[in-house]
Design a protein around this ligand. Structure first.
Ligand code: PAF
Length: 288
């Protein structure tokens, strides 16, 4: 596995592949890799990428709280070992001064889709995400960009920016990877104490309860939300948001009569977790 520490090395490597007609699948990450990230590498291969490039970069501009940035787990050696074992061909690991040199000022903003959900609770977060994703795409120029559906709003924003800015990449969403107890895999899970981990299970438990109500015939967004909240509340969790949204446009919905997902964010202790499930329809075929 090639370790690419600077932008020129990353461009030289990926442009050489491009010239040879070899397709690249790109998996951007902030490190602290877990099986969910590794599943993204597999999806990249499955959709036809002949080489897989990952990036490990804890992007400071997407953290709305300094404390969160400081606490974000980092273990580069373990990340390299996991990527190598998963057959990753190259990893881009830039430093802050390369990505945001002195005098840097350009931002990429997808205003409407950044509003609400995580955007409402993490000021500036999505500008940081869409800016770094655009920069990474310009550096790597992949045929496929693979991102997890756990960060569903991020995935939707990325689809929009790729389409709006006419970038030549296909955005591929990969299903949420879960632990045996249902908890969505997240780099932040290592921050949970045993008791918090137990509480955190109720996030998926609540989402599943709403899914069951949907299968039993319930279509009211309000009642599906109440069902999910009840499960989380028993575990002592009060979600930051819990909303039914269109899977295609992210618009808020009153009822589940079109492809939609239930999306949630909740603090478990001081760790903020997000998750979502499909309630109606299967929008998975959608790509930018
Ligand atoms: O989802 C993440 O890990 C990050 O938001 C991303 C896409 C790597 C951008 O920093």
């Amino acid at each position: 596995m090639k370790i690419l520490n600077d932008i020129l090395a990353a461009k030289t490597t990926t442009r050489a592949l491009e010239r040879q007609g070899i397709s690249v699948g790109f998996v951007p990450t902030m490190g602290a890799l877990h099986d969910g990230h590794i599943s993204l590498l597999k999806v990249a291969r499955a959709v036809g990428a002949q080489r897989v490039v990952a990036s490990v970069y804890v992007n400071p501009t997407q953290f709305d709280r300094d404390e969160d940035l400081k606490r974000y787990p980092r273990d580069l050696d373990a990340d390299f070992a996991k990527l190598e074992a998963a057959g990753c061909d190259a990893v881009f690991v830039p430093k802050d001064e390369l990505m945001y040199p002195c005098g840097y000022q350009t931002e990429v903003w997808v205003p409407e889709a950044s509003r609400g959900l995580c955007g409402a609770h993490r000021p500036g977060h999505f500008v940081g995400v869409t800016t770094i994703v655009t920069k990474l795409l310009n550096i790597i120029r992949p045929s496929f960009l693979v991102m997890g559906e756990k960060d569903f709003q991020q995935l939707m924003l990325t689809r929009l920016l790729v389409s709006d800015l006419n970038l030549d990449t296909q955005v591929v969403g990969a299903p949420v990877a879960r632990d045996d107890d249902g908890l969505a895999l997240s780099s932040r899970n290592v921050q949970l104490s045993d008791v918090e981990r137990e509480q955190a299970r109720s996030i998926y438990g609540g989402l599943q309860a709403a899914q069951r109500r949907y299968y039993e015939g319930e279509r009211s967004a309000e009642r599906l939300v109440v069902e999910a909240k009840a499960v989380m509340s028993v575990a002592g969790l009060e979600p930051e948001y819990l909303e039914l949204r269109s899977s295609l446009t992210l618009a808020p919905l009153n009822s589940a009569h079109q492809p939609c997902r239930l999306l949630v964010a909740a603090y478990v202790g001081s760790t903020r977790l997000i998750d979502n499930v499909v309630i109606a329809g299967d929008e998975r075929a959608q790509t930018a």
